[in-house]
Design a protein around this ligand. Structure first.
Ligand code: KG4
Ligand code: ZN
Length: 336
């Protein structure tokens, strides 16, 4: 008997991006994201504004995803959504929309864990990693080394004990007066500077990370230099960015390499918003070339929040028969 075809509409609304995708048997046919500019002026995501913006964006984004995929609502076999972790108000919009549309179309729903979806984004394109592999998932809210045994069988073996890697980029950027989110901006300016300033690398046991020490040392360093020269940040911005970025990347890569050696795994992937960082991408490539390991680096559209990854994760759940009951609610602190 032929396997059932799964045509899934996926919705991602965990933070400040409203995204919809159509995924047919694990292949992303469309992946449409509306980013929310409204938060920039506040230097961070304002939850209430985010949920209101999701309400405005969700219908046009879903319409567009269907149009680009050249399909209509009646072609859908299931609707997937991010259940958590994320902002409650933001999640509510996606979850409620998905449940209502699925009810009206009489098709099942599939809940997806946002961080697991970031990992499974590595299956959105070729080459795909072989099991077991390690994934360094680095975003605005999380920093994790994940041991992935199978599509739906993964375990966090290391995590941050304080700030996330993306948060380190964003907070250091804020200290330098860069717009939010500062990760992409630091990445851009770092290309014009050099790693001139030595910020400390923390000494944390096991596979866990820490970024709050770096944040504090950047703060004290800037305060001291600004006293001597009020234009210090302005005149050294590129070198500051290069130095901060290099330290964040070395903290991540040293731990990732150590985990790979300890677990004897030679398949290494990165995922999440910070995996868009050019220095991290380059560092993983070089490390894997040096050690003859395989590196899996998603294309940009699958790094930052997107519904494509939700649809890919949902496809593997649908294949395993893991559908969700209509009584489901969003969970801002969803565990796995
Ligand atoms: O995965 P994501 O889109 O949203 C969350 O789930 O958090 O990640 C957003 C984070 C932000 O902290 C942003 O500054 C960071 O990813 N980011 C980057 C780059 N692009 C996005 N950090 C460093 N370099 C980049 N190119
Ligand atoms: Zn994310």
């Amino acid at each position: 008997m032929k396997d059932k075809v799964h045509i899934i509409l996926a919705i991602e609304s965990s933070c400040d991006d409203t995204s919809a995708a159509i995924v047919k048997d694990g292949v992303v046919l469309s992946n449409i994201t509306a980013t929310q500019e409204v938060h920039r002026q506040y230097g961070g995501v304002v939850p209430e504004l985010a949920s209101r913006q999701h309400q405005i964006n969700i219908v046009p984004v879903v319409d567009r995803a269907l149009k680009v995929a050249n399909l209509t609502k009646s072609d859908l076999t299931a609707i997937a959504f991010t259940r958590g972790p994320g902002l409650l108000g933001s999640l509510l919009v996606g979850v409620t929309f998905a449940k209502s549309l699925a009810l009206s179309l009489n098709i099942p729903i599939i809940e997806v864990h946002h961080m697991q979806a970031h990992v499974l984004a590595l299956f959105a394109e070729d080459p795909k990693p072989n099991f077991p592999f390690l994934c360094l998932t680095v975003s605005g809210g999380h920093t994790q080394i994940v041991l992935v045994e199978d599509f739906l069988d993964m375990e966090i073996i290391g995590t941050t004990i304080d700030d996330a890697a993306g948060e380190a980029f964003d907070k250091c950027g804020k200290m330098m007066g860069l717009p939010y989110p500062s990760g992409p901006e630091i990445d851009k300016l770092a290309k014009l500077g050099s790693n001139k300033y030595e910020f400390t690398e923390p000494n944390i046991e096991g596979h866990d990370f820490s970024f709050s020490g770096l944040k504090t040392s950047v703060l004290y360093f800037l305060q001291k230099r600004l006293k001597e020269d009020p234009a210090f940040i302005e005149s050294n911005k590129n070198d500051l960015c290069a130095s901060i970025q290099d330290r964040i990347v070395s903290i991540l890569m040293n731990k990732f390499e150590k985990a790979a050696l300890e677990f004897g795994i030679q398949e290494l992937g990165i995922a999440g918003g910070v995996s868009a960082n050019s220095a991290l991408r380059q560092a993983l490539k070089e490390k894997c070339e040096e050690r003859a390991w395989n590196a899996y680096i998603p294309k940009m559209a699958y790094c930052t929040d997107n519904a494509g990854m939700i649809g890919v994760a949902a496809y593997y759940k649908a294949k395993a028969g893991e559908f969700t009951d209509q009584s489901i609610r969003p969970d801002p602190r969803l565990e796995w």
